[in-house]
Each structure stands twice: as structure tokens, then as C-alpha cells.
Unconditional design. Sequence first.
Length: 278
Amino acid sequence: MTIWAIGDIQGCYGSFRQLLDQCRFDPAEDQLWLVGDLVNRGPQSLETLRFIRSLGDAAVTVLGNHDLYLLMVAAGAVPRRGRDDTLDPIFAAPDVIELLDWLKDQPLAHSAMLGGKRHVMVHAGLLPGWTAAEAIALSKEVSARLRGPDFVDFLKSLWGDTPLSWKKKLSADDRARVIVNAMTRMRFCSKRGQMDLKVKGKPENAPSGHVPWFEVPGRKTAKDVLVVGHWSALGLKMTPNLVALDSGCLWGGNLTAVSLPERRVEQVTCTSCRGPLA
């Protein structure tokens, strides 16, 4: 069996299927690890969701910020963003309820031992004070509320940037907002664990007092392998303890697959999704 970790698809279904063909992916034998942002801004979010759902256990996915945005808009928890939103075909689909229920069941984080080393998949990153076990527990905490009877109110409570750091005595809604923002939106973090959620540029453009989250000294998951996406300006980046996969497919870059734990790289150039990275 080969496990293929794949970066942000964002509705670029044609490129996704081309990449799977290039990887010779066999759902009867192999497994996909999808780092989230399956949908939005690209032209075929509906087809992407339907196909990944059809794979069953052959696809493991975590939620990204665009996936959560889809759930929020569908529930009436947040207003539509406007011109870059490409979710209408999902809302018009006869199987929309089934697709949204399936998406709501996906976790924020996934963990497995591969090649003798713990691999943790999350869309954006983890705060430096969290261990892998704590991150999985926090992911389950959020999943329980997403699946609960008050999930609409819960989705409404997630919208916002604060608090920017983790404290054990946070209120339930603030606690969930920090978990979700760290796991689906974070790029930069201070040495004391405070996120910056505004700056979206390259690592060298870090705001004052902040570094890329994976460079924070003393991070408790430093000995684990973090498998992430989200940061297209970072591009494909692999270190002994990081596999960052968002290589800008939506913006005319590449869609990337990396085999785990071997780290064989496969890429396709995305020429029909949206346009060049500004």
C-alpha cells in the first residue's frame, strides 16, 4: 500500500484526477491523505467532494478553512464572500445534504505511525504548546460540537480572530475558536504561542516577533512529522519533520503528492483552475 499526501485541491478536480493517474493510485490498495481545502475558488468543487466521498476509507481528509467556510455558509452562519466564492453548484446539487453531512464528519487532525515515526496531518499547523496526542483530543472536541444538535450556533461562534493564544481556562467558544484558527488558518506564531492571522506572505515577511509556526523553538511536536497545506506562498517544503504541500494549484502552480513515509514527489501543473499567483 502507498499513502499519498496531497495538497490543497480547492475544486481543481481535473488536476486532482490527473495527479492520481500519475501516481497510479489504486483505491483498492492505496490511501490518500488530503490536507483540507477540498473546495472553493476552483471550478469543480462539487465533483471533488463527490469523488473523495466515494473513495470511502481510501481517502483520509482533514478540514481546511475553505471547507469550514462551506459548512458555515450552508448553515447561514456567515455571509457569502462574493466574487471568489464558487460553491453554488454544491448548494444546487440534489445530494447537497449528504455531501455536507459527510464533510461535517471529517476531523481537524489525523495521526498515524508511519515508518516508525508519528505523522500528524492538519490543514495549517499546531500551536507550540500542543503535543500530537493533545491535538488529536482537541480535534475530537471540535468534531463533537460540529456533529451536535447546536452545530449552527457553534459555526457562528467560530467566526473571528480572537483569542490569539491558547489558555486552558478559555470559555468553550473561545477555546474552539483558537483550536480551529490554529489548525486551519495559522501561518505565523510568536515564541510564546500567539498567532498572527493577518499576514499571508512568504516566511521572510513574518510580522515582528513572529516566525513560521513550525520554527517556534521548543514546539512539542518538533519530533513528529507534520503534514500540512494552506500556505501557498511557502510552496512545497520538506524537512525531516515537515511536509508542507500547498504548491499553489489554484493560482496556476502545481498540485503536489508526496508518498509517506518514503517521500517520493509527484506533481502536475495546474493550467485550468484559476490563474497565476499574484
